[in-house]
Ligand binder design. Sequence first.
Ligand SMILES: C[S@@+](CC[C@H](N)C(=O)[O-])C[C@H]1O[C@@H](n2cnc3c(N)ncnc32)[C@H](O)[C@@H]1O
Length: 286
Amino acid sequence: MISPTSFGYVADVLRRETAMLCEPGKEYLVEARLLPLARAAGCADVDTYVNERLRHDAAERAAAVDALTINETSWFRDLAPYQAFSDVILPSLLGARADRRHLDIWSAACSSGQEAYSIAMLLHEQLPAGWTARIHATDVSPSMLERVRTGRYSQVEMNRGMPANRLVRYFTKVGTEWEVDPALRAMITTEKVNLAAPFPGSLQYDFILVRNVLIYFDLDTKRDILRRFRARVANDGFLMLGATETTLDLDDAWVREPAGRAWVHRPRLGAAVSPRTSTTLTPTGA
Ligand SMILES: C[S@@+](CC[C@H](N)C(=O)[O-])C[C@H]1O[C@@H](n2cnc3c(N)ncnc32)[C@H](O)[C@@H]1O
């Protein structure tokens, strides 16, 4: 098993590069994720790999960070956020953006893209004719972004939440994998974005999903990320966090509102900010 010194070094690198916490008790995870890299580098064990490669080679450290990210995801994960998108968020945005007939959506920390493509399917089905939408899918992991761009998924991945009717409608079998329809892929752009660093660009998004990633950060990092997202969501837009994540007690720039069985976060508008133009929330007391 990895030594405490090597584990401490890897945890420091991970924290510096992604802000992800890797606390004692996760030695087994680090060992399992780094062993294939150690073998590929010709090292007998993970300690040797850390001492002889990671400590001296920035490219190897980047590969190790990539391997250590936790990329758990699935199609239409938790269902309720996607129901909220169809029933509450999209109708609200269609009202608010009737003049420009375009939506900008950001799937931040998108992993292998199931979240972005799930939203793309809903938009494909529900966006009125003449409207366009762009989904910006970002992650700190280059290998995950490559998977989004490739748009190919194993049978095991498809079994995790993909309804049969959408499998038939949007995917083609290629060898042992399923390839997503180019029409969905065309809606998605990708970019490496580290949530712990300043965000690139200045676009304001109508809907931002940042789900199941804040859990990996410490309180100050969560606060800082939420504060920077506030500047990037339109005043009448929506932020969706993971089911166990909240802005409560972290950042009072957000109002937490029920949307069907999910919660959405909306910018809290100060006296000096122009009023929200459209709100069609239909809370059911989730
Ligand atoms: C558990 S997955 C969540 C995927 C998806 N949002 C979902 O809810 O199914 C967490 C993702 O966060 C990414 N991640 C971790 N630290 C990050 C950071 N500092 N900036 C951007 N993405 C990060 C990981 O690479 C991983 O793909």
